[in-house]
Design a protein around this ligand. Structure first.
Ligand code: ZN
Length: 205
């Protein structure tokens, strides 16, 4: 904390005492938001970035389309066929993935039936809180900015969709569609939760 305060002092030498007090107070506690709005941005640069290897742009993924949790840095692949696995091994199988983020209390449940060309990611929301301090330990500042720009004014801020090849982020938005490589993703808002339907565009039923 000492280090952090010294940093703030050097950054805000020109600030008035009131401004300094406000900044110090805000970042001394965990800087969190429920809905990201631009006015939080001014505080973000005062929190030192301690991520060693960015979990977004420096990660290695078995898929091109993934969900990323902003609080945990965990990623969940949405591709029906992940790299390195022979498609024949998938026939008739249903694959399940679960994830939970204790800060936002959001749980992720993904079920995929590659043989039937369908996948569904369900995102069940809790309090929706995102911690900037956590993000500063997980992601580089460029990715943090890109992710926050993506969730700005969105209802859901704790999870984004990521195209891992181009490092592009997409928000979870009701009735939105995205195509990432061979997969069409359709997001829908239902009873406070989100669902993303995944389909390969190369297969016909
Ligand atoms: Zn990054």
């Amino acid at each position: 904390m000492e280090e952090l305060l010294n940093m703030v002092i050097s950054y805000v030498e020109s600030a008035t005492q009131d401004e300094y007090d406000e900044i110090a107070q805000t970042i001394r506690n965990d800087l969190v938001f429920r809905k990201y709005e631009k006015d939080i941005e001014k505080y973000i640069r005062y929190i030192p970035n301690t991520s060693e290897k960015c979990r977004a742009c420096k990660g290695s993924y078995p898929a091109q389309a993934v969900l990323i949790s902003l609080n945990t840095g965990e990623s969940y692949s949405l591709d029906l066929f992940e790299r390195g696995i022979d498609p024949e091994d998938y026939q008739g199988n249903t694959l399940l993935t679960f994830g939970y983020d204790e800060i936002s209390q959001t749980s992720i449940h993904i079920s995929k039936s590659p043989g039937e060309n369908k996948g569904l990611a369900e995102i069940e929301r809790g309090n929706g809180i995102v911690s900037i301090h956590r993000m500063k330990k997980l992601f580089c500042d460029d990715c943090i900015k890109a992710m926050l720009d993506t969730v700005e004014n969105q209802i859901i801020g704790e999870v984004v969709i990521c195209d891992t090849k181009t490092n592009t982020f997409y928000p979870l938005e009701d009735e939105s569609k995205a195509q990432i490589e061979d997969y069409a993703l359709e997001t829908e808002y239902k009873d406070g939760n989100y669902e993303i339907a995944v389909k390969s565009v190369n297969e016909t039923e």
